[in-house]
Structures are given as structure tokens and as C-alpha cells.
Write a protein that binds this ligand. Structure first.
Ligand code: BES
Ligand code: ZN
Length: 880
């Protein structure tokens, strides 16, 4: 580490900033290795600040100060102080003043991809959360909102396209030189993290959108030359997003232009800069030969997400970074709703819950647990987490469930009316929800401030004589780091009492009467609900639609689970019953207590679903997938042997495939591609089912399955089919899969996004020596440490997609990842730190694995100049 231990920043230390910045004029002289930035800032003392005549302390990092002029007078070095991370001017006027700052930076040398950098020969910026301070000295915090104009100058030949936020104002040539310039104006005040500049030799596609009030907006998608014919899907998705936000939330776009740029080097997925969204190119570029169904769905959702930030994030931004879930949780909720409205709501809900369980539950269950609104951080970049994003979205969804569709819309309208143009807090958002609905949400607020996933136990008792059904619920949250004591939460639980014929019975709640909405609210630690006039013994279906992000510890008999799996009118809970049964059977196999009759019964229930023509293909595909190895490990809770988990799960899959042989064959027969590739929901569902079936067939009968997968791979006319076949092959250690991987590489060597897919497939290859394969691939000429997508494909793909390989008992998986973290930390700390979170569940493991992991964590911590990013994550995991 650096000389001192990095210190945390606390929410309780928030103070209004002493100075405000009303306007910013930026002037860029763009050169790859020496760009000059002239910033003219109009400042004034903040009337809301409690400190008078405070020194002006501007944030700044990795930039070189050239000159400083205050109200027209050049400042002498004695009048200011330049530190590693700041510029301090002790004496500034107590009235409005201007400051002109000239700095230089080196975009070509910027491997952290934060601030101004060069990607694919294109200048681009990434400022969230704290990258603007690498461009100029500034009050780089989200509650400082200013109007920006941007002028930039660059070589005409090599940098023909000059883009920034807002609307274009003017452009032209610089007489007597080879350079040209452009000026952009953003009329909306914004925080510095939403600033963006892109300049380079880009190709573009254009379109227009007419807003609900009849204004024409010109839309542009900019890509590296040669990729123009892969932007159509992104453009359609953008227009769908703009239409949807008008229809569902009454939100209209507010500038004359909306531009998107796709670049190959990007730390995250995409960024919502005002009027100029910047994307990782894997979330823009698509055609049937290079993009899978999952890619099409992702592109649509991420374009929507960034576009929706224009209102939830940009027009109303965050007061400070502790409020991150105000914009991210809400915007994830909005993009989930968008996908639900466009595609299948049930399927979207199930896949979101799968993501939550795969990413957020493990986080909440380990050393990195934190509340959706954290109270302290060392490095803010470490808090773009599944908890802030996905649990944050679940909290918004629970408020919708509690107050209802109409009140929720009213609350959102109120939020936009009340806080437009402001930097708001989570409290202010929730106040809109309670003001619009009249509901007291004070206990509910604890969801934002308390970490950990609640578990809810349900015990039902039916009394045939009185026709009463009594349901006793109990909630509990285990302690998390820094939060020993937990408060009971306000938990909305969707509920159904399913009668013997499969129909829901009326819900006549004692003391309340017939429920209009099938919902109960658990508020106490232990609470009893009595239902009257229950004609027959019901089967309890609780937390329908996954109304709350909790672990349900229901103790239904196997027969009742099978009944729900076949009959629950709530399709989420139908799937959920299947998951609970599947988990039980894997755990039985792990413990050596498996009963053949149980497996047969489960297979029979699956058979009925597959044979039911009324059930859609996407749902069938989801039913065919057992809970992940990570979920099984979490259910075991301690002393986990990951090889045994893998073996138990695959063993069950082999048995199921044998039982379902006829059904899988029938699926295969009827799901071939009937014509040209189309990414519509029905075709996507058909291909998804085909791939789920193939994956099982390979497990059931390896020889036949491998032959089928190879034939599918060779005949494939689209990337979905190609990847589906290869993914199925990665499950078994066989020579055929190596041949197929080589063939894939040879076919697609020229296409960087497909090389990423090839790396990802390699990472997921099952079998011994997985770590050695990874290590070898880091030395392959196609792998690049400086490109985040390569690291995510190979190394994150290994950690997340190959739990048996990563957790190999000899520690080889941990070693290769620890080596990578150390190496990456010097290049790009954000990427290194994300990789390090892969160790977060190591305390669940058996002692040999645990100590191997601990040794690697200690080795990382012993590195002499660790970033704050990696230090925070690794020290939290190692110290737990
Ligand atoms: N604002 C974020 C991008 C971001 C995150 C920038 C962290 C800087 C630091 C953006 O809106 C976002 O959330 N992107 C997601 C994808 C989205 C669909 C959830 C991402 O990049 O992963
Ligand atoms: Zn976002």
C-alpha cells in the first residue's frame, strides 16, 4: 500500500460545499500525449454553506497545472498550493469571481480509463464517479451543478468528429493550420460526473425521433469505422426507450440531439453523460453473425437504462455518492419494467431474481455486505455493487407493490416536479412515495440502511373444523460487518392459498376482510395472520412474484412443492417451487442421501411442463436449469467442497436427462431455425429452450450429445446457435471441444468481440487443470491486460463461470487470479478491484480451500503500492 492506510469517508460528514460553480467554459487542445485544457469557472460563495471565507479547495489528480488566473490576475505560486489530489487557493473573494485554470494531461498514457483517455484511436472521457478531476481542477462532487460550454480543437484528418454534451453550436476550420474546432452547449446544469467529450475518426448512423410534444430529436450512434452496419438494433432500442419513457412515466427528452458512442476500451457497461452516452462497444454492436440472443436483450436493456438516466440521474441527480442507489436502483427498476413491458414479464422477473441470487445474495452474505445506501466508503468505485443496483431496484419495486401502480406513478410525478434540477437524497425520494400515497414508510426506510438478506420462515396450520388457516411468519437478519443489531423490516409478501383444484381461494384475512390485493405486510419480528372461510386445506404460495428480496424458509412437503410446480397460478412461484425441489435434490446428492423416487417425481413434474403446449418456451427453458453451484454452496453454509457440489449437481442433471430423454429429443426436433435469424421474444425463447435441452443431452449421453453439439456448431448460421453449441461442449472434458474451440477461433480471429466470447468459453471449460489453461491464455497474443473486456471475459469468466476451477483444492485457481489482480492493479485499479470481489465467498469453503484463498489474499495485501480500490476489497475479505 501507499504509505498510510486509506481512510474511509462517512455519510455523516456531509456538508454543503463552500463555493458553487454556476458556469464552466472548457477549451480542449486535443493531442494524444499532451492535451491542454483551459477551464473558465464562474464561482460564488454558497449561501447554504456554514463556513465563511473558506479556502477554495479544488480536486485534481494526474494533471499538470500550467497557470491560474483569478478575476483576470495571474496568481503567483505563493498564492496557491498544489497537492497530489488538490489545488488550494487560500484567499478568494467573498463575492462572485472567475477562475481560469490551464492544465495538461496525457490521454494516451491513461490506462485506468478514468478521465480523458484514448480508445481505438479515439479520445473519450469517463468521469463518473471522480474522473473529471483528471481533466481539470474542480469541485468534483455531484451537488455542484453548473452549465457547461465546451470548445475543442483537433487535427482535421485524424480527428474529424468532435462531440460533447448538449446541443452543437458551431464548428469550423482553424485558418492556416491542419486543425478544426467545434463548440457544444449544454443548457441544463449538471454535475461534473456527467461531462463527456469524444473526438476521433468515427463512423455514424443517424435517425430522428419525434417526442410527444412534437419536437424532432436527431439521434446518432458513433462507432469505429467499419461497424456502421452493426448499429441498427441499438438504434431501434433507443427509439423504443424514448417511446416507453413517454408512455409509462410521461418523460420527454429535452435536448435537440441524443448521441451514443461505442468504444472498445471501457471499464463499465455504459455511461449516461448528458446527451452523449458512451458505451462499451459490446453493448452496441450487433448482427446475427456476431451477437447472441443474450447480447440482443442486453443491448436493448442497457441502452434503455442509460437513456432513462436522463430523468433519474441527470435532471435529478444525487446529493452525494452515498445516494448512488437513488439513481442506479431506480434506473435499474425502470429498465426492468421496460423489458417486462416489451417482452415476457414472468420471464424477466425470473431472470432478474436469478441475477440477484447469483450476485447480490452472496455479497449480502459475506464480508462485503453493505446497505443499499452505504454509510462509509474508502473508494466510491467499489460501491457500484449488486446491492446498490439490484437490491436498490428491489426496494423501488417493493414501494410500488405497497402503494400500488397509480400512487406510484403519482409519486414519480411528484418527485420530478419537486426535485427537477436538484441533487437529491434517498430520503427525499421516499418522502415523495409517502406523500403521494399517504402511507407511512418510516419503517420501510430501513431497507436502505440495513445490510443483509432477511430470511422469513413460514408455518401454516389448517383447521378443517373452523375452516381457518393460520400463518405464522418470522423474520430474521444475520449480523453483517459493522451492523450487529438488526431491526425488523416492513416486508410486502404476495400470497396465494392454492386449493386442491389448483385455483386460488379467496383471502379473507381476520380483522381485515377480503383482500383486494393478494398481499400481506410483515412488520414485526414474528406475526400471525389468520384467514377465515378457507374451504379446503390450502397449499401456501408465498412471496409471489418475488415481492420481497428475502430468503423464504418455507417447509413444504415434497408433494406440496410438486403441486405448486404444476399448478401455481403465479408463474414465478411455479418456477420457484421447481428451484427449491432442485436444490433439495442436489443437496441430497451432495450428502449421499439421494432417493431415486424423488428424482423420478421431479423429472415427471418437469415432463408435464415440457409437454404442456400452453407453457411458453422461455419458461420451459428456465425450468430445465437447476440452482447454480453458488446457490448450493450458500445453502450448505460452511465447509463446502466445490468439486462435490459440481459433481452432485451434474449427477442430478445426468439423471434428469435420462428420465427426460424423449422430451429433450422432441424439443430438439421442433426447435430448429426455420428461417433467417430474428431477435424477437418468441424466437429467442425457442432458441433458449433448444440450448437448455442440448446442455442436458450432453450430460445425459455424452457421446450422442457431443456429436449433436458439434453438428449444431458446424451448421450454425447465427452466433446464438454457435455459442449454444459450444457452451454445451464446455461442460465435458473431451477432445472434440478443443477442436471446436480452435475452429471458432479460426473462423472469428478478426472480430474482437468474438475473441472475447472465445476467451469466455475457455474460462468455463470444465475439468482438471482449468487454472493452467487460464494462465496460458493470459499469454495468448489475443489477450490484452489493458482492455477490460478481455480481462472480464477470461478472468471474471473463470471466477464467476467456473466455480469448480476457481476453487480448485490445490489453490491453483486462486493463485492465477491473485497474480492477475496484482498485475492489473498497476494498470487499472477499478478492473483489479472488481476481480478481487471474486474471493468474497471464501469463508463458506472447507479448510484447505479457505486457507489457500487466505494465503493469496495476504500475498496481495503485502504488495508495496496497492490502490485504494484493491486495498478496500481485499482487506475486508481477508479480515473477515
Ligand atoms: N452510471 C453507470 C456507469 C458507471 C458506473 C460509471 C460506475 C462509472 C462508475 C451506468 O448507468 C450503469 O449503471 N451501467 C451499468 C449497466 C446498467 C444496465 C446496469 C454498467 O455499466 O454495468
Ligand atoms: Zn446506471
Amino acid at each position: 500500500m501507499k504509505t498510510e492506510t486509506p481512510q474511509p469517508i462517512h455519510l455523516t460528514d456531509y456538508r454543503p460545499v463552500p463555493y458553487l460553480i454556476d458556469s464552466v467554459d472548457l477549451d480542449f487542445q486535443l493531442h494524444p500525449d499532451a492535451t491542454q485544457v483551459r477551464a473558465r469557472l464562474s464561482l460564488r460563495p454558497n449561501p447554504a454553506s456554514t463556513t465563511n471565507n473558506a479556502p477554495l479547495v479544488l480536486d485534481g489528480e494526474k494533471i499538470v497545472l500550467q497557470s491560474l488566473v483569478l478575476d483576470g490576475a495571474l496568481l503567483q505560486p505563493s498564492q496557491y498550493r498544489v497537492g497530489e489530489q488538490s489545488l488550494t487557493i487560500a484567499n478568494v473573494p467573498a463575492a462572485p469571481f472567475t477562475l481560469e485554470i490551464v492544465t495538461t494531461c496525457n490521454p494516451a498514457a491513461n490506462t485506468e480509463l478514468s478521465g480523458l483517455y484514448v480508445s481505438g484511436g479515439v479520445f473519450c472521457t469517463q468521469c463518473e464517479a471522480e474522473g473529471f478531476r483528471r481533466i481539470t481542477y474542480f469541485l468534483d462532487r455531484p451537488d455542484v451543478m453548473a452549465r457547461y460550454t465546451v470548445r475543442m480543437e483537433a487535427e482535421r484528418a485524424s480527428v474529424p468528429v468532435l462531440l460533447s454534451n448538449g446541443n452543437p453550436r458551431e464548428d469550423g476550420l482553424i485558418g492556416g493550420t491542419t486543425r478544426h474546432y467545434a463548440v457544444w452547449d449544454d443548457p441544463f446544469p449538471k454535475p461534473s460526473y456527467l461531462f463527456a467529450l469524444v473526438a476521433g475518426d468515427l463512423g455514424a448512423v443517424h435517425d430522428t425521433f419525434t417526442t410527444m410534444s412534437g419536437r424532432d430529436v436527431s439521434l446518432g450512434i458513433y462507432v469505429l469505422k467499419g461497424n456502421e452496419d452493426r448499429c441498427a438494433w441499438a438504434m431501434e432500442s433507443l427509439k423504443e426507450s424514448m417511446r416507453w419513457d413517454e408512455r409509462r412515466f410521461g418523460r420527454e427528452y429535452d435536448l435537440d440531439v441524443f448521441n451514443i458512442v461505442a468504444v472498445p476500451d471501457f471499464n463499465m457497461g455504459a455511461m449516461e453523460n448528458k446527451g452523449l452516452n458512451v458505451f462499451n462497444d459490446k453493448y452496441i454492436l450487433a448482427n446475427p453473425e456476431t451477437a447472441t440472443d443474450a447480447d440482443y436483450v442486453n443491448i436493448e436493456a442497457i441502452i434503455a437504462h442509460e437513456y432513462f438516466h436522463n430523468w433519474t440521474g441527470n435532471r435529478i441527480t444525487c446529493r452525494d455518492w452515498f445516494q448512488l442507489c437513488l439513481k442506479e436502483g431506480l434506473t435499474v427498476f425502470r429498465d426492468q419494467e421496460f423489458t417486462s413491458d416489451l417482452r415476457s414479464r414472468a420471464v424477466k422477473r425470473i431472470s432478474d431474481v436469478k441475477t440477484l441470487r447469483a450476485r447480490q445474495f452472496p455479497e449480502d452474505n459475506g464480508p462485503l455486505a453493505h446497505p443499499p445506501r452505504p454509510s462509509a466508503y474508502i473508494e466510491i468505485n467499489n460501491f457500484y455493487t449488486p446491492t446498490v443496483y439490484e437490491k436498490g431496484a428491489e426496494i423501488c419495486r417493493m414501494m410500488l407493490t405497497l402503494i400500488g401502480e397509480q400512487a406510484f406513478r403519482k409519486a414519480m410525478d411528484l418527485y420530478f416536479a419537486r426535485h427537477d434540477g436538484e441533487a437529491a437524497s434517498v430520503e427525499q425520494f421516499v418522502a415523495c412515495m409517502s406523500d403521494a400515497s399517504g402511507r407511512d414508510l418510516s419503517q420501510f426506510f430501513t431497507w436502505y440502511t440495513q445490510a443483509g438478506t432477511p430470511s422469513v420462515t413460514a408455518e401454516g396450520h389448517y383447521d378443517a373444523a373452523s375452516k381457518q388457516y393460520t400463518l405464522t411468519l418470522e423474520q430474521q437478519v444475520k449480523p453483517t460487518p459493522g451492523q450487529e443489531q438488526k431491526q425488523p423490516l416492513h416486508i410486502p409478501l404476495g400470497i396465494g392459498l392454492v386449493g386442491p383444484d389448483g385455483a386460488d381461494m379467496p383471502l379473507d384475512l381476520d380483522g381485515v376482510g377480503t383482500l383486494n390485493t393478494p398481499l400481506i405486510e410483515l412488520r414485526d419480528q414474528r406475526q400471525t395472520f389468520r384467514f377465515n372461510n378457507v374451504a379446503k386445506r390450502p397449499v401456501l404460495s408465498l412471496n409471489r412474484g418475488f415481492s420481497a428480496p428475502v430468503k423464504m424458509e418455507a417447509t413444504l412437503a415434497m408433494a406440496d412443492e410438486l403441486f405448486l410446480m404444476g399448478h401455481d397460478s403465479d408463474s414465478f412461484n411455479r418456477w420457484e417451487a421447481g428451484q427449491r425441489l432442485g436444490r433439495k435434490l442436489v443437496l441430497d446428492a451432495y450428502r449421499g442421501t439421494a432417493a431415486e423416487a424423488d428424482v423420478a417425481a421431479y423429472a415427471a413434474a418437469l415432463k408435464k411442463i415440457i409437454d404442456d403446449p400452453a407453457v411458453d418456451d422461455a419458461f420451459k427453458a428456465l425450468m430445465l436449469v437447476l440452482p447454480s453451484e453458488g446457490e448450493i454452496a450458500a445453502a450448505l453454509g460452511a465447509e463446502v467442497d466445490t468439486d462435490k457440489v459440481h459433481g452432485a449437481r451434474d449427477g442430478l442433471r445426468t439423471a434428469l436427462a435420462a428420465h427426460l430423454d424423449g422430451e429433450l429429443g422432441a424439443i430438439w426436433q421442433r426447435t430448429g431455425e426455420p428461417g433467417p435469424y430474428r431477435p424477437d421474444p418468441a424466437s429467442t425463447a425457442r432458441r433458449g429452450l433448444r440450448q437448455a435441452a442440448l446442455a442436458l443431452m450432453v450430460m445425459g449421453n455424452a457421446k450422442r450429445g457431443i456429436a449433436l453439439a458439434l453438428a449444431e456448431f458446424e451448421a450454425a448460421h447465427n452466433m446464438s446457435a454457435e455459442m449454444g453449441a459450444l457452451a454445451a461442449l464446455m461442460q465435458v472434458d473431451c477432445p472434440e471441444r478443443e477442436t471446436a474451440l480452435d475452429r471458432f477461433h479460426a473462423r472469428h480471429a478478426h472480430e474482437h468481440l468474438l475473441i472475447d466470447k472465445w476467451l469466455m468459453l475457455n474460462a468455463q471449460a470444465q475439468g482438471p487443470n482449468a487454472a493452467a489453461r487460464i494462465e496460458a491464455l493470459t499469454r495468448h497474443p489475443d489477450f490484452r491486460w489493458t482492455t477490460p473486456n478481455k480481462v472480464y471475459a477470461l478472468l471474471s469468466g473463470f471466477v464467476g463461470g467456473n466455480p469448480a476451477g476457481f476453487n480448485a483444492e490445490d489453490g491453483s485457481g486462486y493463485r492465477v487470479i491473485a497474480d492477475a489482480i496484482i498485475r492489473l492493479d498497476a494498470i487499472n485499479p477499478q478492473v483489479a478491484s472488481r476481480l478481487a470481489t471474486g474471493f468474497r465467498s471464501c469463508k463458506l469453503l472447507n479448510s484447505s480451500r479457505k486457507s489457500a484463498a487466505q494465503a493469496e489474499l495476504a500475498r496481495i495485501l503485502a504488495e508495496p503500492s496497492l490502490s485504494r480500490d484493491v486495498f478496500e476489497i481485499v482487506s475486508k475479505i481477508a479480515g473477515s
